[in-house]
Design a protein around this ligand. Sequence first.
Ligand code: ATP
Length: 354
Amino acid sequence: MFVAAIRAEGLYKVFGRRPDDVVRQLDEGASTEDVVARGATPAVIDVSFEVQPGEIFVVMGLSGSGKSTLIRMLNGLLTPSAGHVHVGDRDVSMLGAKELRQLRSEEMSMVFQHFALLPHRTVLENAAYALKVRGFDKETRDEKGRDALNLVGLSGWEDRLPSQLSGGMKQRVGLARALAAETDIMLMDEAFSALDPLIRREMQDQLIDLQHRLNKTIVFITHDLNEAMRLGDRIAVMRAGRIVQIGTPEEILREPADDYVAEFVKDVDRTRVLTASSVMEPVTEQAGSHDQYGRVSANTLLSDVFAMTERNPLPLAVVDGDNRTLGVINERTLLHAMVRADEGQAREQEASHG
Ligand SMILES: Nc1ncnc2c1ncn2[C@@H]1O[C@H](COP(=O)(O)OP(=O)(O)OP(=O)(O)O)[C@@H](O)[C@H]1O
């Protein structure tokens, strides 16, 4: 049987008095406003999803939408008011304190926005800290710590102190600490949000690269849609405690579930999310007849397709990994894709003019 890396099922977290009653009221159709008016804070409401092994699953939503509360229930830092979290085949709510500690140190590591480094310990000691807690000997700790620092591009900085590092480098040490723990799952809560835009993009690229090499399962929280679109294999959009849509970046862009999500995605540069295969016209004739066309692979971003058209005349054949023609991109397809992008902008302008 196939087991998801993480499975959340009907999760609720209500802060305040009598959470059980509040869950029941919400279940029976009470509105969030009703229960808030009675003094409860329903931070997470009836959330279910599965994260597959090796997936980057992004949870995206505005401040206060319940992202941090949700991620803290995944590793048992918070107990759900109702519902279940399974990590592999184990129900997190059934674990005792010792097993929970083990889960957090050996199976799910966590990276926060403001990562607390130990100021008087070296970069290497900080990176290997989780291993010290787990009782590894110094030699093993140093080796794994060095490997992790190497992965995040900090070789040569082992003996420095945190105060000698820039913000981006400190965050890399945080990432190295999570990597050194060699957990299959990494939970990242706004891990790059404190970094300036250039460094932030670098870190995003590095995470994608690490993910390809190490095949971790990553749950990544962000309030930034562009970051979500860049990193996520799938994105869960949260609003006021509920998940309003789960889908690939393309699905969310092409078919937003409601006006709220549509409003969110309107500013995204579509050419950097949509791929050749999502805008092509599927082939109707025999594939062989497109031999004379220039080729572009199915997952090429539209922005790169546009760049290619400066060197290659249209049409282009869209091919899969085995070089089979899946479809064709011609002037009409590209125009169509651009018009859809303009429609988004037109909607936005209309909205801003009331
Ligand atoms: N310990 C707590 N006690 C009471 N209310 C809480 C607690 N933790 C969170 N909340 C409330 O739950 C709601 C969701 O908060 P949460 O921090 O999960 O949202 P978020 O999407 O992560 O936002 P941010 O990005 O600002 O952290 C908010 O209304 C918050 O005030």
